[in-house]
Design a protein around this ligand. Structure first.
Ligand code: FES
Length: 157
């Protein structure tokens, strides 16, 4: 895990009753930061986003894999950067043409595509606010049931 928030997000998923996650298996956050601090845009994040959604739809996986956007989380990385939760697996450099392989191997097979893994992961300064909010990890104010409900709601945004 990259930092304490990464751990908490993963923990929130682990604590989520199976009934909540029956449909949602993976939540992907793809850097589509318009400012393109790194190289995500230049390296095809828009095409990747489109290909991911298209392939998921083609395989009828939209209910089990959600794709959301995030801002720059890995400054100085070539990209396109995305992270797959609940595993907290970070990718960089995977292009639109690699999406079928990613779906087959990671989403359906459970094995990350090694050659595109982001090895020199920098400290993640922030994770999407609604996920932190949903996990409410640091304050530990929510019961596991409340966490599950909040997480399920966040996942539908
Ligand atoms: S612009 Fe995408 S990780 Fe920085």
């Amino acid at each position: 895990m990259a930092n304490e928030h990464e751990h908490c997000v993963a923990q929130a998923w682990e604590d989520t009753p199976p009934r909540v996650l029956d449909k949602l298996r993976f939540h992907i956050f793809l850097c589509t930061d318009g400012k393109d601090f790194c190289g995500c845009e230049a390296n095809g994040n828009a095409a990747l986003s489109g290909a991911l959604r298209q392939e998921l739809a083609k395989r009828r996986l939209m209910a089990s894999v959600k794709v959301n956007i995030m801002q720059c989380r890995q400054p100085g990385t070539a990209g396109p950067v995305f992270v797959v939760h609940p595993d907290g697996v970070w990718y960089s450099g995977l292009k639109a043409e690699n999406v079928p392989e990613f779906i087959e191997q990671h989403v359906l097979g459970g094995k990350p595509v090694e050659r595109f893994l982001l090895r020199d992961l920098k400290p993640v300064t922030a994770v999407p606010a609604h996920i932190v909010e949903a996990a409410d990890c640091c304050a530990e104010k929510l019961t596991p049931e409340q966490q599950a409900e909040a997480l399920a709601t966040a996942a539908t945004r």
